[in-house]
Design a protein around this ligand. Sequence first.
Ligand code: PAF
Length: 301
Amino acid sequence: MRIVTSIATMQQLAKKWQRTGKRTGFVPTMGYLHAGHMSLVKRARQAAGKSGVVVVSIYVNPTQFGPQEDFSKYPRDLRRDFKLCREAGVDVVFTPADKEMYPGETRSRRCESADEPRFDKRGYSTYVVEEKLSQSMEGASRPTHFRGVTTVVAKLFNIVLPDVAVFGAKDWQQATIIKRMVADLNFPVKIIVAPTLRERDGLAMSSRNKYLVGDLRRQALVLWRAIQTAQAAVKRLKAVPAEKLKSDLKKLIKTEPDARLDYVEFFEPDTLAPVAKVMRGTHMALAVFIGNTRLIDNAKL
Ligand code: PAF
């Protein structure tokens, strides 16, 4: 397995693979890998084929974190990540430094408002913005988040030149926005959305689960309980008014002492358009703070 930190080297490799007809499967991550990520790697390997290559990027992207969010304490363990990638048969891990990805980055990570640039505009001033699907849910709660995601993913696509890229369904809105960006900007890459992996008790796998110490780990199961409650309601009643279900789920979340609902939404899976009546096939997503940790989950009902 090769570890690449330079954009120029990664692009040269990618161009060589293109010239020699090797398919490239790509899994972009922020590291602190878990079984959920490794299932995406497996999917990328399948898609790239035996003679293809698999690239995993590990980069905690500063532009997708708001000023009050957990960028500096986001969990990192590169040695462990490399070991997992090696064992999974990854060909290249691309792990660039901030100064490589965003030249001119200000050294101080502090900025006072969401609008204040994290970067010195002399060094970096181009962003990719999706204007419709990114307005609701995560986009409403984290105003600059998707701009950071689409920008870094576009950059990574231009660096890794993948034929196929695999994203997790756990970030449903993100995957939907990436598909839209790829279609709108004509990136020659196929997007695969792979299923969410859950712990045995239902908690969706996430690098942020590391923050769930003591009783918070138990309380975090309320997200899965909320999904199961909605699933049961749809099965029982066929069509449930979205507002009624939201209010029931708000009450359910409140039963855990350290849980605070950020949002719960019911929507069409492809367009993210909200629905008034929740039915079989409607998609549900929610974000809940468990203590200081913000968790997200979603499912088709
Ligand atoms: O889902 C993630 O881990 C990140 O948002 C991504 C796609 C790697 C971009 O930084």
